[in-house]
Design a binder for this molecule. Structure first.
Ligand code: PGA
Length: 250
C-alpha cells in the first residue's frame, strides 16, 4: 500500500481514569511500527491529557470535536488553541453523531475544519450517507455535499477522510468490502476531478462502521481502503488485533 494506513479508535462518550489505565497497558504492549502505520485514540475531552500521559508517544491522541471560535463567550466549547496547549494536534470533525444528533451543518463542519487546519491541527473528516439516502441512490450526492464546504482548502496533507455510512455505525451492519471499496473509489475519483490527481493519490480514505477484528482483514485488502475509524471495538483490547491485521496486509 503506497499510503500509510491510519487506524483511529473513537471512544465517543465512554471511558474513565480506570479504563484508561487498563487500556493503555494493553495498547502500550502492542507491536506497532509508527513509521508504517498511524494509530490514534480519541477519548472524551476531559480525558485527553490523562490518555496522552498514559499512552506510548507513538500512539496519536485526538479530540472528538472542537469549535471554530478562537475564544470568548461560547459556553462549553473547546478551541483549537486549547487542544494544542495540552499537546493535542488531531481532531475528529463531522462525525455522523455530530451531524445528525447535534445538527451540526455541513457549513459549520467546513468552518471548523478550515480553522483547525489553518492553525496546524490534523483532521479526521467524517462523511457518510444514511440508510434512506443509500436506498434512494443518493450516496454519492450526499458525499459531494458534505465535501463541498472544504473543497477550497489549500493543503490536503493534514487531513484524513473517514467514509462512515451512518447505517453501519454502531449497528453491527458493516459495509461489505465491495460497498466500502465502491464508495472509496468514488471519493478518490471526486478528489482527482475536483482537487488534483496528486491529492487523490496521497489522501488517506479510511472506513468506519462496525469494524471488528473479524471483518478488518477483508476490508483492508481493498486497494482504496487505507485504514479504519473504529467505535465500539476500540473499547476492547481486540482493537490491537485490528491494528495487527492492517500491518499484516501492508
Ligand atoms: P462503530 O462506530 O465502530 O461502533 O460502528 C464507528 C464510528 O462511529 O466511528
Amino acid at each position: 500500500m503506497s499510503r500509510k494506513p491510519f487506524i483511529g479508535g473513537n471512544w465517543k462518550l465512554n471511558g474513565s481514569k480506570k479504563f484508561i489505565a487498563e487500556m493503555s497497558k494493553v495498547f502500550n504492549e502492542a507491536e506497532l511500527d509508527s513509521e508504517k502505520v498511524d494509530v490514534c485514540i480519541a477519548p472524551p475531552f476531559v480525558y485527553l491529557e490523562t490518555l496522552r500521559n498514559a499512552l506510548r508517544k507513538d500512539w496519536i491522541v485526538s479530540a472528538q470535536n472542537c469549535t471554530e471560535k478562537p475564544k470568548g463567550a461560547f459556553t462549553a466549547e473547546i478551541s483549537v488553541g486549547m487542544l494544542q496547549d495540552i499537546g493535542i494536534d488531531w481532531v475528529i470533525l463531522g462525525h455522523s453523531e455530530r451531524r445528525h444528533i447535534y445538527k451540526e451543518s455541513h457549513e459549520l463542519i467546513g468552518e471548523k475544519t478550515k480553522k483547525a487546519l489553518e492553525n496546524g491541527m490534523s483532521v479526521i473528516f467524517c462523511i457518510g450517507e444514511t440508510r434512506e439516502e443509500r436506498e434512494k441512490n443518493l450516496t454519492n450526492q450526499v458525499l459531494i455535499e458534505q465535501l463541498a464546504p472544504i473543497k477550497d482548502i489549500p493543503d490536503w496533507s493534514n487531513i484524513v477522510i473517514a467514509y462512515e455510512p451512518v447505517w453501519a455505525i454502531g449497528t453491527g451492519l458493516v459495509a461489505t468490502p465491495a460497498q466500502a471499496e465502491e464508495a472509496h473509489l468514488f471519493l478518490r475519483g471526486w478528489f482527482s476531478e475536483n482537487i488534483s490527481t496528486d491529492v487523490s493519490e496521497k489522501l488517506r480514505i479510511i472506513y468506519g462502521g462496525s469494524v471488528k477484528p473479524q471483518n478488518s482483514t477483508e476490508l483492508i485488502k481493498k486497494p482504496n481502503v487505507d485504514g479504519f475509524l473504529v467505535g465500539g471495538a476500540s473499547l476492547q483490547p481486540g482493537f490491537v488485533e485490528i491494528v495487527k491485521n492492517v500491518i499484516e496486509n501492508l
